[in-house]
Design a protein around this ligand. Structure first.
Ligand code: AP5
Ligand code: MG
Length: 220
């Protein structure tokens, strides 16, 4: 399956992406994780992206589109993928369509803005595998260490309340219209993200399973 997961900053895209891709055996492609990796390595891509990310604004489309194109053409995506954090503008969605990439479903996680700041302030992430934890809602088994790769967890620099507010505004202005774009194509699956992590995963996996059965029937 070729999937997209959308939602405001802190809606739980990364958390659900990990659960879904583990279950379906497809790779998650998080543009945010790729950009943070580039910043850490000090590459040209990282240098170009850093100031936008620090301000909570979108990195320019041409940079991000080129990056995603490269990932999607790799061998590991040939049996499907889940895009986390892309597309984030109508221009990005249209460029994905121009690449000839067929999307099976777009998952939109909806969370009230008031909840977002609390989720961000308690978030800790893994620099190794990108796994996302929360001090209260999703703590690691060993405090401060990733369950999957034991790396030391850190708080993201763009998770301070001021940048979170800018990120939310950017989301409402530039990314929300993308939901309408996919709703118009009958691909949007909206999920209430104000519930517990496990509840949300169950709803998403049930919806994907129904979709898989429907696609199989349509093919016959
Ligand atoms: P990106 O890394 O994609 O950040 P984001 O969209 O702001 O989303 P987050 O990763 O912050 O949140 P999430 O939805 O993954 O939530 P998580 O699962 O971690 O992008 C960062 C920046 O990169 C952008 O601002 C932009 O500059 C740039 N960028 C990236 N992609 C781009 C693109 N396509 N174009 C241009 N620029 C781009 O969960 C959050 C917290 O809540 C965690 O602590 C988690 O444990 C907890 N949590 C999760 N679910 C629940 C739940 N149900 N209940 C309670 N707590 C929960
Ligand atoms: Mg994320």
């Amino acid at each position: 399956m070729n999937l997209i997961i959308m939602g405001a900053p802190g809606a739980g895209k990364g958390t659900q992406a990990q659960i879904i891709t583990d279950k379906l055996g497809i790779p998650a492609i998080s543009t945010g994780d790729i950009l943070r990796g580039a910043i850490k390595e000090g590459t040209e891509l990282g240098r170009a992206a850093r100031s936008y990310m620090d301000r909570g604004e979108l990195v320019p489309d041409d940079i991000v589109i080129g990056m995603v194109k490269q990932y999607l053409s790799s061998e590991r995506c040939k049996n499907g993928f889940l895009l986390d954090g892309f597309p984030r503008s109508i221009e990005q969605a249209e460029s994905l369509a121009r690449l000839g990439v067929k999307i099976d479903a777009v998952l939109a996680i909806e969370v009230d803005d008031e909840k977002i700041v609390e989720r961000m302030s308690g978030r800790r992430v893994c620099p190794g595998c990108g796994a996302s934890y929360h001090l209260k809602y999703n703590p690691p088994k060993t405090p401060g260490r990733c369950d999957r790769c034991s790396a030391e967890l850190y708080a993201r620099s763009d998770d301070n309340p001021e940048t979170v507010r800018t990120r939310l505004a950017t989301y409402h202005r530039q990314t929300e219209p993308v939901k309408k774009y996919y709703a118009g194509q009958g691909l949007l699956i909206t999920v209430d993200g104000n519930q517990a992590i496990e509840e949300i995963s169950k709803i998403i996996l049930d919806a994907l399973s129904r979709l898989g059965s429907k696609n199989d029937t349509d093919k016959k």
